[in-house]
Each structure stands twice: as C-alpha cells, then as structure tokens.
Design a protein around this ligand. Structure first.
Ligand code: GCV
Length: 712
C-alpha cells in the first residue's frame, strides 16, 4: 500500500501538461483534506469483472491522490468512513442494505450515506457495474469540487441513451477539422499495441457519462470495414468495454462496391442487402457489443441511396435491417444540401427529411446538427427538431472548433449547447424544447442520442488547449443531462482543472461564460454566418465569392451591398422561416419581435435600419465587432491576474493563446468592418477606431497550411 501511495505522490510532481484532464486528483489543500478526515478510510469493492476492477482502481487512484492516502482495501466494514461499492448482485453488503434502485435503469446510480455493519459509510450502488462506475466518478467529483460528504443522498441516471463522440479521424492518421494533432488511434500499431492513452480516453469519457465512440470520419473510407481494420476496432472495443463505451463505425454507402466487388450499392438490391447482413454478422463476431453505423450519405460528394433513386429511408432501413438482429443502430445524418440546386442551403435538410417522418425503422436515429447550416458561432435551432415526431432525432454538436477559432481561441461551448437545447420549438405547444425532442420525452421515444464531433487528438493535452478540454467535458455532462446549467458545468470543470481557490474559480468561470458571446461578436454578430475563409475556415473573408459552389461563400450568406445586409428568409425571400412551428415562424418573421441575435439570419435590412436600441444597424454592427475585441482584451487581463495562482505551464499556454485570440479578434473586426464599409460608404460611429489596415491588405492574406483542412 505504501508503495502505491508513494507512486501516487510521485505522480504529483508531474508537470501540469494537461494530460490528466479533469481527473488530476492532485492533493487537496490541507483545510479541505481536513474536512474529509475520517472519510474514505476503507474501500469495500469487488474485482470479479473488468468494470469492477476499473472502479476499484479509479477510487484508489482518485482518493489516494486527493487525500494523500489511498483507502485500505477490505471485504468488511470495520470502522467508520468506509466506501462501499457495488450492485446487489456483486456485493452482499449492498444487497443487505435493500436500497431502492428502481428507476435507476442500467446506467443510473446512487451515492448515499448509510450505516453498514454499525459504521458510518458511503455507499455507491447501481443495478449494473457501469452504473456503479458512474457513481464512483460522481463521488470523486464531490471531493474534487469541495462538496460536503455528509448526509449524501444522490440519485442520478442519464436522460439520453446514446451519448456518443464522433471522431472525424481518417485511417491515414489525420483528423478532419482536428486541431489537436494527429488521430489518437494509432491504426498502424493496432490491434497489438494498446496504448495506455486508450484506457485514459475511456476513463475520461466514463467520468462524464459518454458511452459511445464512432472511431472514424463520416467522410468514410470503405477500408474501415475490411478485416484488418475490424480487428483494430475490436481491440479498441476491448479496452473501452469495461468503461461502458461501445464502438461504432462510420460507413461508406458504396462499400459493397469498393470492398465487396458488387456492381451496385442499391439498397433494394438483394445482393447488396446480403453483403451488409454478412458484414454486420462478421462485425458482431468480433465485437459482440458493437454499437452500429454512422452514415453521411448524398452529402458533400458522399455516395448514398439517391444515386439509385432511393430515399434516405430506404438506405437507412437497409443498414438497420442488417444490424437489428444484433441490437445495433444506424445514426443517419441529416446534413444534406445538394438536393435542390439554387434553394436556400439552410432549407434543404428539412425539405428532404420531413416528408420521410414515420418511414425510418425502429433502430434508426436521424442525426441532426444543432442549427440548419453548419456549426456556426451562432445559429437558430434546426427546424427539424419538433418537425418529425415519428422519428428518433438525435442531436449533433461540434466540440472541435472548426468555425470558432480552432484550438487557440478560448470559447466555452457549454453556453452554445445550452442555447440550442433550451430553444423552444413550440411544436407541441410552449415548452416543447429541443432538449425534450432529444431526450425523447416530447414524442415518447426511448431510443435517444446526442453526438459531439470530438476535439481530441494525439496532443499531450488531448484537445489542443486546456480550455478546449472544458468543451469535451461540457458535451459529456449535457449529453447525460441536457437540462444542466452551463455555468454549473463550467464551475465543476474549473474546480477539477484548476482547484477550488475562489480567487481562480470565479474569474475563470466568468471568463468562460462570456467567451462564446465574445467570439460571436468579433466573428459573426447579429445573425451573420459563415464569413470564414474558404475551405479551411480560418479567419475572415467576407468578400469571398469564389469557388465551386455559391452556397459555400460568405457573400451568399451575408448578401451585403451598398444599401443593406442580411439573408431574407421570410416569405419575401427564401421563406425558410416557414419551416418552424407557426408561433416561432411568426416571431422570427416579425422585425418587431425577432431577437437581435438572429436579425440578419432571417432579414435583409438597410444599413440605416433602426434597432430597438435606437441605433442604426451599422452602428450596432460596429459596436458588436468592437465589443468582441474588448471582451477578449478583458479575458486576457483576467488571465494575467491569475499569474501565480495557476501553475506556470498551463498559465503560459493560455496566456499565449489569448494573445493569438486578441490579435485574431482584432483582425476579424477590422477585416469585416473594412469590407462592409467599402460597400456602404458609411463612417464609423464617433469614438470607434478605424481598421488598422486598408481592405486590400486583409484581402491579400492567404493561408496554405491550415490545420484540419479538408476539401469540404
Ligand atoms: C466531415 C462541414 C465540414 C466538413 C464536414 C461536414 C460534415 O462541411 O466543413 O469538414 O465533413 O461539415 O459535417 O459532414
């Protein structure tokens, strides 16, 4: 035991390089540790399954690290302060307590103070090992965030069934829209080499309730379904299994041709159907708990059922039939926009999928991005939410910051996720929130899901910056419970990541909470969208009208000219607004009622348009752009004030990234204002500095080697 403690303590000398994420388990300050004295002195936990072993090892590691001494292992409670862990089936002590575990389901848990064999103890129990694992992480979080351990009576279970990370990782080791280095999957050395990092990945996910991982990019290589890669996927599944995580694969719809040598991938062709059935059988032989397939079809050049004049439902149901005997699911993406050339891009997914409501098999989920465009800094909610009551709709968020400054900008996404989840679709009357669509309560679906496009790579700190870890963390917590508050999540993460010193926690949380609005302000305020550089999406290029498709260009989205700006999506324009439930459509269509944040998304207005504030639109735009830059400057000042309160290593990284962010926020503001001013010829309001350079300068900038770039 002493050896173990010594090892744990030696671990504390390790550099704060971010590898440990929010599971740092550094020793608590003396006052806090004192408050927990006499707690967690003994641990009664089984090891007869791999999950039980994982629970025990996590509690030893966590408690040992936090309290400076690991609890003594025991199979009985002999004094006060024991932690008793298990299910009624795995632990006679837990069984003897006759706890009410009803309603906790397969993944729920309770953490409760109890008297066991005459001694005060904390019991962590569930109906399954995985439920107990989640409870163990909850218990550790209580200590990490300095919560009292007295009179505990916590019960929790996930509100959403599939809580999945989508990795856009390619088999060559690159990551589409990845800003944290190469893929964490070392395909080349798998299945033999099982890096400890894979286990740590599983631990981190389990600690926030994530229970699925799609290993490869939705722009899928058919090879992933070949024998060699299935072996590799099976090896990862073996590492993840004890942590309650299932493996899924993105599949290419035409794989029967490329891999199976068939002449067609027509979903109604018997040979094609057989090929997929046999492929599913083969996968389940290797991975008995395989989760299923994720599919991007007839979208951005990917093949799909429409190549054979079949519908998305035909395609999804064919794959669903192959997986159904094994309990697998199909996550079919709704991100399509090539079906009606010339039609407003944001309308096309709804046009395509709404008529298919009721046609999808019971094990198909339609995976819908939070907004109707593409993970912009701000979008209104996707009108498909609420519009397909007979279809299981799952949410797709982006955790990686493709349109939000990549790895270096500090942008906490908990607020973005909550904004989308709390939006009221009004589809079944007031209170029909997106969260209720996603957790299935609105339309009575039991099979539910949330996916997040991962921001994880091979970088030592996993996510390319310490603060990006908060987005992985927030995604997991909200996937478990979409009603949680973004602030509470930010606070828990901050405490676990930087400690409980109020002098650090308060400013860091405030900074995080304002950060997304700052990014919206310096990039795309007042409902603007997609002003980013072509293809790579780095930096501002609002003037760009080039490229193969109009609906990839900023000018398509902002529609600015000498007189005004904005995309008219009301009845006088594309009428995208009509895709929302009538009360929402009326609000968005009404210039008098639309929230400022969506103004230019739905309306084209003159530069001289009077905002509710009394300012002209142009003045308001200048103020927002300037506000964004000022906010970043303040974030930098806040961080500078924490020097000495945060370890040097993480302090330094964040400080240098904030310097980049400030420079780039200024660039965004100046380039956008210079461009818009070149169209409208209006002066800046008094007191606002002109752009640092002439427009030509910003237009001359070009970037060749941008991380995460893909042809799409
Ligand atoms: C995986 C956007 C991104 C693409 C991505 C696509 C998608 O267009 O820029 O890189 O492709 O979304 O979600 O399928």
């Amino acid at each position: 035991m002493w050896l173990l403690v010594a090892c744990l303590c030696a671990g504390h000398a390790r550099a704060e390089d971010g590898y440990d994420l929010w599971l740092r388990y550094r020793p608590l300050p003396a006052a806090q540790a004192d408050a927990y004295r006499g707690r967690a002195t003994q641990l009664v936990a089984g090891t007869s399954t791999a999950t039980q072993a994982a629970i025990r090892s996590e509690l030893l590691r966590g408690l040992g690290g936090l309290l400076g001494r690991a609890p003594a292992l025991s199979d009985r409670v002999t004094h006060d302060g024991a932690v008793v862990v298990g299910t009624p089936a795995s632990s006679p002590l837990v069984a003897g307590l006759h706890l009410d575990l009803r309603g906790l389901g397969r993944e729920g848990y309770l953490v409760r103070s109890a008297v066991v064999d005459g001694h005060a103890a904390t019991v962590i129990a569930g109906n399954t090992d995985v439920g107990v694992l989640y409870g163990a992480f909850r218990f550790l979080r209580l200590l990490q965030t300095a919560q009292p351990l007295d009179r505990l009576d916590l019960r929790d279970r996930p509100r959403v069934k599939l809580r999945v990370l989508d990795h856009w990782d390619n088999l060559d080791g690159s990551v589409e829209r990845g800003y944290a280095g190469a893929s964490i999957w070392d395909w080349w050395t798998l299945p033999d080499e099982l890096k400890p990092r894979y286990t740590d990945y599983a631990r981190a996910n389990a600690s926030i309730g994530i229970n699925g991982a799609v290993l490869n990019n939705v722009n899928a290589d058919p090879l992933v379904l070949g024998h060699a890669y299935l072996e590799k996927a099976a090896a990862l599944a073996g590492v993840f299994r004890p942590y309650g995580i299932r493996v899924y694969l993105s599949v290419r719809f035409s794989a029967p041709i490329e891999l199976g040598g068939l002449k067609t991938a027509d979903p109604l062709d018997p040979q094609v159907r057989r090929w997929w059935r046999e492929k599913a059988d083969e996968i389940y032989k290797r991975i008995p708990d395989f989760g299923g397939f994720l599919v991007k079809a007839n979208s951005e050049g990917q093949p799909g059922p429409q190549d054979y004049h079949r519908s998305h439902a035909d395609g999804a149901n064919m794959l669903a039939a192959a997986l159904a005997p094994h309990g697998g699911v199909v996550m079919w993406r709704a991100f399509v926009y090539a079906n009606k050339p010339g039609e407003d891009r944001t309308k096309q997914a709804w046009d395509e999928f709404k008529p298919l409501d009721g046609q999808f098999a019971a094990n198909v989920l339609l995976q819908v991005k939070n907004g109707p465009l593409d993970f912009q800094p701000r979008e209104p909610f996707n009108p498909l939410f609420g519009a397909m009551p007979k279809t299981r709709l799952m949410m797709e968020f982006q955790v990686t910051k493709e349109y939000l400054g990549f790895a270096t900008h500090l942008v906490y996404l908990g607020t973005l996720y909550r904004e989308a989840l709390s939006a009221d679709t009004m589809a079944r009357g007031p209170g029909s929130t997106v969260a209720k669509v996603v957790d299935g309560t609105l339309d009575g679906h039991a099979l539910t899901g949330i996916a997040g496009v991962a921001n994880i790579g091979a970088d030592r700190d996993w996510c390319g910056s310490v603060f990006n870890q908060a987005n992985w963390y927030a995604f997991g917590r909200l996937a478990w419970d979409p009603t949680l508050s973004a602030r509470a999540i930010a606070e828990a993460w901050t405490r676990m990541t930087f400690g409980n010193d109020a002098a650090v926690v308060r400013p860091v949380v405030d900074m995080m909470m304002g950060s997304r609005e700052a990014a919206v302000d310096y990039m795309t305020p007042l409902g603007l969208a997609h002003l980013m550089g072509h293809g790579h999406h780095y930096g501002p290029e609002p003037w760009d009208a080039s490229g193969p498709r109009a609906d990839w260009t900023p000018v398509y989205f902002h529609r600015a000219d000498h007189d005004g700006i904005g995309f008219d999506r009301t009845a006088t324009g594309s009428d995208a607004v009509a895709q929302y439930a009538p009360p929402v459509a009326r609000e968005f269509a009404d210039l008098g009622r639309i929230p400022d944040r969506y103004l230019l998304w739905f309306h084209h207005v003159p530069w001289t348009y009077r905002m509710r504030s009394g300012r002209t639109l142009w003045d308001a735009l200048v103020r927002h752009y300037t506000q964004g830059v000022d906010d970043v400057r303040r974030m930098r000042e806040t961080w500078a004030g924490l020097k000495g309160h945060v370890d040097d290593e993480r302090y330094r990284q964040v400080a240098s990234f904030l310097a980049i962010q400030q420079r780039e926020a200024q660039w965004w503001r100046d380039a956008c204002l210079a461009y818009f001013q070149s169209l409208n010829g209006l002066p800046l309001p008094a007191g606002y500095a002109p752009p640092a350079h002439p427009l030509k300068y910003y237009q001359s900038l070009s970037f060749k080697y941008v991380p995460g770039y893909s042809a799409w």
